[in-house]
Design a protein around this ligand. Structure first.
Ligand SMILES: NC(=O)c1ccc[n+]([C@@H]2O[C@H](COP(=O)([O-])OP(=O)(O)OC[C@H]3O[C@@H](n4cnc5c(N)ncnc54)[C@H](OP(=O)(O)O)[C@@H]3O)[C@@H](O)[C@H]2O)c1
Length: 328
C-alpha cells in the first residue's frame, strides 16, 4: 500500500486507513470477533493507520484496538484517538487542562500503550478551536510524553481554518467525499501549505456511496442511520454526510452508474478522495472484514480521468450541493 506523510506528525501512514467507530454500538451490533476481523483484514491489506475515539462504545473501540495491537505486534501501526466528547454537557468550559489529562490517561489505559501517537479534539464546541489555553494543555501532554502529536476533528471548514492558525496542530480530520466537496476549495490547499495532514472521514457517506441502499432500506434502532438521520442526537453532517436520505439514495444510484467495470462504488468513492491534492489518508469504517479488505484495495486503483472527475462534480452540483454546501 502506498503511504503518505501524515502532516506534522512525522509518521508515514497508509493512504487508506481504518475507521473504528463501528466497534462502538452506534452502527447496530458488531461483535468483538467481527471487529477484530475488520482490524486484522485491514492490516493484512496494508493499512497502518487506525482512527478511534474515547467515546466509541464508551471506550470499547479503544480496548479492542489495544487487543489488536498486542496480537499484531507491528511497530508500523499508528493509532489516532479523540477526546472531548465525554464531557457532559458538551460545553467549552469542560475543555480544562485537568479534563484533557484525565481523558488522555483513560485512553492510554484502554489502548494499553505508553504514549498515544495522535490525539484529536473531537468536534468540540466551535469556540474551543480559538482557545489558546486548550492548545497549551495539549502542548503540555506532548511535552510530558503522554501523546506524540495532537490534531483536531472538525465539522465545518471555518473550524478547520481556525485550527490551522495554531502551529501545534499536526492534522485535521474532516468529512470529505463525493457528496462533500467544500473542503477542496480552501482547507485542503491551506493545510497543504501549512504542512498539516488531512484525514478524510465518512468517505462513503455512512455507506450511501456503496450504492447498496434503497428508499426501503432500514437500519436497526441503535444505528445512528436511524436515530440521527435528521441530526436528532449529534451533528446531522455525520450521518449520510448530511444529505437527506432519499436524495442521497437516488444520487448514490446515479453515482454507481458512473463506476467503471471491475470496481465497486465504495472503492471508486475512496479512490476519488485519494486523488484530491492535500489528502493524507482516508478512513472508511467497516462492519465486516470483507469490506475492510476491499477498501484497502482501493489504493491500488488508477486515479480517475479528468472526464470521470468532471462527471462526479456535475452530479454533486446537480443533486447534492444545495443540501450541504452552505452548511458545513
Ligand atoms: N466526529 C468525528 O470525528 C467522526 C465522525 C464520524 C466518523 N469518524 C471516523 O471516520 C470513520 C469513517 O466514517 P464512518 O464510519 O462514519 O462512515 P463511512 O466510512 O462513510 O461508512 C462506513 C459504512 O460504510 C459501509 N461500507 C464500508 N465499506 C464498504 C464496502 N467496501 N462495501 C460496501 N459498504 C461498505 C458499512 O456499512 P454497513 O455497516 O451498513 O455495512 C460501513 O459501516 C469512522 O469509523 C470514525 O473512525 C469520526
Amino acid at each position: 500500500m502506498e503511504t503518505a506523510k501524515l502532516g506534522k506528525t512525522g509518521f508515514d501512514v497508509s493512504v487508506v486507513g481504518q475507521g473504528c467507530w463501528q466497534f462502538g454500538g452506534n452502527w447496530g451490533e458488531v461483535s468483538n470477533d467481527e471487529s477484530l476481523g475488520v482490524l486484522h483484514a485491514a492490516a493484512d491489506g496494508g493499512v497502518t493507520f487506525y482512527d478511534t475515539a474515547d467515546v466509541y462504545g464508551n471506550g470499547h473501540s479503544e480496548e479492542l484496538i489495544g487487543q489488536f495491537l498486542r496480537e499484531r505486534r507491528d511497530d508500523s501501526l499508528v493509532v489516532a484517538t479523540k477526546l472531548g466528547r465525554r464531557a457532559k454537557p458538551l460545553v467549552a468550559e469542560a475543555f480544562t487542562r485537568e479534563n484533557l489529562r484525565a481523558w488522555t490517561e483513560r485512553s492510554l489505559r484502554l489502548l494499553g500503550v505508553d504514549v498515544i501517537d495522535l490525539t484529536q479534539l473531537h468536534c468540540p464546541p466551535t469556540v474551543v478551536f480559538s482557545d489558546a489555553a486548550v492548545y497549551d494543555a495539549m502542548d503540555e501532554l506532548v511535552d510530558d510524553g503522554w501523546i506524540r502529536n495532537y490534531g483536531v476533528s472538525v465539522e465545518t471548514v471555518e473550524e478547520a481554518l481556525t485550527a490551522l492558525e495554531h502551529p501545534g496542530v499536526a492534522t485535521i480530520q474532516l468529512i470529505c467525499n463525493v457528496f462533500r466537496r467544500k473542503p477542496l476549495e480552501q482547507v485542503l490547499p491551506a493545510a497543504k501549505a501549512a504542512g498539516v495532514g488531512i484525514i478524510a472521514r465518512v468517505p462513503l457517506a455512512s455507506g450511501l456511496l456503496s450504492g447498496r441502499f434503497t428508499a426501503d432500506t432500514t437500519f436497526v434502532a441503535t444505528d445512528h442511520r436511524t436515530y440521527n438521520r435528521n441530526g436528532e442526537s449529534f451533528d446531522q453532517g455525520e450521518t449520510f454526510s448530511g444529505v437527506p436520505y432519499e436524495v442521497g439514495v437516488e444520487a448514490a444510484q446515479e453515482f454507481a452508474a458512473l463506476v467503471p467495470e471491475g470496481v465497486t462504488p465504495a472503492q471508486y468513492a475512496l479512490r476519488w478522495i485519494l486523488d484530491q491534492d492535500g489528502i493524507s489518508t482516508v478512513i472508511p469504517g467497516a462492519s465486516r472484514a470483507t469490506q475492510a479488505a476491499a477498501n484497502a484495495a482501493a489504493a491500488d486503483l488508477p486515479p480517475l480521468t479528468a472526464e470521470q472527475s468532471t462527471a462526479l462534480a456535475e452530479l454533486y452540483d446537480r443533486r447534492i450541493r444545495e443540501y450541504v454546501h452552505g452548511r458545513w
